[in-house]
Design a protein around this ligand. Structure first.
Ligand code: UDP
Length: 239
């Protein structure tokens, strides 16, 4: 018998930086293609995948704020940056045989359709990949919070936070060679040990909704598949 995935519906959070690859900014096509291959693989296994995409590779609200821009305006720019990333991601998905639907939290209907929850659920049931763009649609939030929010809304079993490091460590593994990876820890342990896994708003939302988060490496080949197969990959944060 063929092993079945342990998860039916997941919310994958990809940061804008994940799309840069080894570039300094922007979108690295080869990196996107490789990531989409991994997503396609789990989709073919029958896992419903929704993605929240960040925008940090293009623009961050705090960066605008730090040079004297109105913070809310800068945040809207950041949200628009996530729409660009979403378009690039969905394009790569379509090219690799997936059917992607971008849904935006900000109305820009000539470009992408607006986020409508029942429609997103319908797409997922149909095996389409839904890419959530424009974060929560509100300034002063992050796409991590959008991931927690949409994850809760669509009833995802797990929020997958893709990072460049393969989990949560006792210290920064780049700086401290004795740092070890946590296989799993509770939300409370993560707070007590001051492990910045997601921003506080995102983290609180996941904790309240008892929505587990798994931090894993998007750089490591096959990691996404191992996660959906229920293998010990990265770090699980649970209630
Ligand atoms: N942003 C926002 N509200 C949201 C999500 C994002 O204002 O709900 C803005 C914010 O300025 C942020 C930028 O969009 O800096 C890009 O998102 P984020 O920093 O979360 O991207 P990532 O770090 O995942 O690439």
């Amino acid at each position: 018998t063929i092993a079945q995935p342990a998860l039916k519906r997941i919310l994958l959070k990809l940061s804008g930086e994940a799309l840069m690859g080894d570039d300094q900014f922007g979108i690295n096509r080869a990196t996107i293609v490789r990531m989409v291959e991994e997503i396609a693989e789990v989709t073919r296994m029958g896992v419903q995948v929704a993605v929240v995409i960040g925008g940090g590779n293009i623009f961050r609200g705090v960066a605008g704020g730090s040079v004297g821009m109105d913070r809310a305006t800068a945040d809207y720019m950041g949200m628009l940056a996530t729409v660009m990333n979403a378009l690039a991601l969905a394009d790569a998905m379509d090219k690799q045989g997936l059917t992607a639907r971008v849904m935006s939290a900000i109305a820009i209907e000539q470009v992408v359709e607006p986020y409508v929850r029942p429609k997103a659920l319908q797409y997922l049931e149909e095996g389409k990949v839904v890419v959530f763009a424009a974060g929560t649609g509100n300034p002063f939030f992050t796409t991590d919070t959008a991931a927690a929010l949409r994850g809760a809304e669509i009833g995802a079993e797990l929020v997958l936070k893709a990072t460049k490091v393969d989990g949560v460590y006792t210290a920064d593994p780049q700086k401290d060679p004795s740092a070890t990876r946590y296989a799993k820890l509770t939300f409370d342990e993560a707070i007590t040990r001051n492990l910045g896994i997601m921003d506080a708003t995102a983290f609180a939302l996941c904790r309240d909704q008892r929505l587990p988060i798994r931090v894993f490496s998007i750089v490591k080949s096959g990691a996404l598949k191992r996660v959906v197969m229920g293998e010990d990959e990265g770090t699980l944060v649970y209630a």
